[in-house]
Design a protein around this ligand. Structure first.
Ligand code: BTN
Length: 261
C-alpha cells in the first residue's frame, strides 16, 4: 500500500482561506489531534488553527469508540474555533455543516456521491468514508473552545479490525491514488465558506444536509445508550435535531446511532 509524506508546501499553495488553517500545525505522531488542541498545557488558542497528524495512537470517535487510521495514508486533523460568533445558531448546525463540507468536497473533486447519516457520518455505498467529532471546553456556561475533529479515509484500502460501520476510502471508491495535500486544502477552503454561511444563511446548511441524507422518510432505529427507538425519520429541525415519528408522536433526538430498521 502506498504511503506518502505530507508536503506542507503543496498544501499551502492550494489553501485559499482567510483564517482557517493559516496557523497550521503538523505533528507526526500523537494520541489524538482533538485531545492535543483541547489540552490546556499546549496553549493553542489561535482561532482557525488546524492540527494534522500522520498517526494517532488514540484517535477517538463518537461514544468513546476508537478511530483507526493507517499512518501516512489518510487525513486525521482538527480545527480549533475560539470565536463564539463562528458557532452560529447552534453547535448542532456546525456538526451537520462539517459533514456537508466533507461530502461536497469529495463529490466535487472525485465525482463520487457521498451520503450523510445523522448527525455527521459521511458514507459512500453504505460504507463510512469520514467521521467527525466535535468537542468543547467551557468556562462557566460560556463555551470558549470548540474542536472539530475530522477523519477521512483517503488512500487506505485494507481495513482490519472491528468497525461499527464498514469503512471504505476515497481511493477504494475512486480507483486512484489521492493527493492528500490538495484534498485537505480544498476541505479547509470549503470549511471556511461553510462557517460564513452558518452566520449569514444557516438554513442553507440544513437544506444541503437534507439533500445528501437518503434516510429522511425511512423507517429507522436510533440506538441510544440503553435503549433503541424506532420510527420514521421525519426530518431534522431548525437546530439540527432529528425528528423521529412514532405512535407516541414526534420526538426530538439529540444523540444516537441511526440505522435503517
Ligand atoms: C466518529 O465517526 O465517531 C468520529 C471520528 C472522528 C475521528 C477524528 S480523526 C481526527 C480527530 N482526532 C480524534 O481523536 N478524533 C477525530
Amino acid at each position: 500500500m502506498e504511503t506518502t509524506v505530507f508536503t506542507i508546501e503543496k498544501f499551502d499553495i492550494k489553501l485559499d482561506t482567510n483564517w482557517i488553517g493559516r496557523n497550521f500545525l503538523f505533528i507526526e505522531e500523537l494520541d489524538s489531534t482533538n485531545s492535543f488542541l483541547l489540552d490546556k498545557k499546549n496553549e493553542i488558542s489561535t482561532d482557525g488553527t488546524v492540527l494534522l497528524a500522520e498517526k494517532q495512537n488514540k484517535g477517538r470517535g463518537r461514544f468513546d469508540r476508537q478511530w483507526y487510521s493507517t499512518k501516512g495514508q489518510n487525513l486525521t486533523f482538527s480545527i480549533l474555533l475560539t470565536k463564539t460568533a463562528s458557532f452560529g445558531r447552534s453547535i448542532n448546525l456546525l456538526n451537520l455543516g462539517s459533514s456537508v463540507v466533507v461530502a461536497q468536497t469529495i463529490e466535487n473533486l472525485f465525482q463520487l456521491k457521498p451520503e450523510l447519516k445523522w448527525p455527521n457520518d459521511v458514507l459512500i455505498n453504505g460504507k463510512k468514508i469520514s467521521g467527525i467529532l466535535l468537542e468543547s471546553v467551557s468556562s462557566g456556561n460560556k463555551m470558549i473552545k470548540l474542536v472539530v475533529g475530522i477523519g477521512v479515509n483517503v488512500n487506505q484500502t485494507i481495513f482490519q479490525g472491528q468497525y461499527n460501520i464498514q469503512p471504505t476510502s476515497i481511493k477504494h471508491e475512486y480507483g486512484q491514488f489521492i493527493e492528500r495535500e490538495k484534498l485537505l486544502a480544498e476541505l479547509l477552503n470549503n470549511y471556511e465558506g461553510m462557517l460564513y454561511k452558518l452566520k449569514s444563511d444557516p438554513d442553507s446548511i440544513l437544506k444541503e444536509w437534507r439533500k445528501s441524507c437518503k434516510l429522511i422518510g425511512e423507517k429507522i432505529s436510533v440506538i441510544q445508550l440503553e435503549e433503541t427507538k424506532h420510527g420514521i425519520f421525519e426530518d431534522i429541525d431548525d437546530e439540527g435535531y432529528l425528528l423521529l415519528k412514532s405512535k407516541n408522536g414526534i420526538e426530538k433526538i439529540s444523540f444516537g446511532d441511526v440505522s435503517v430498521y
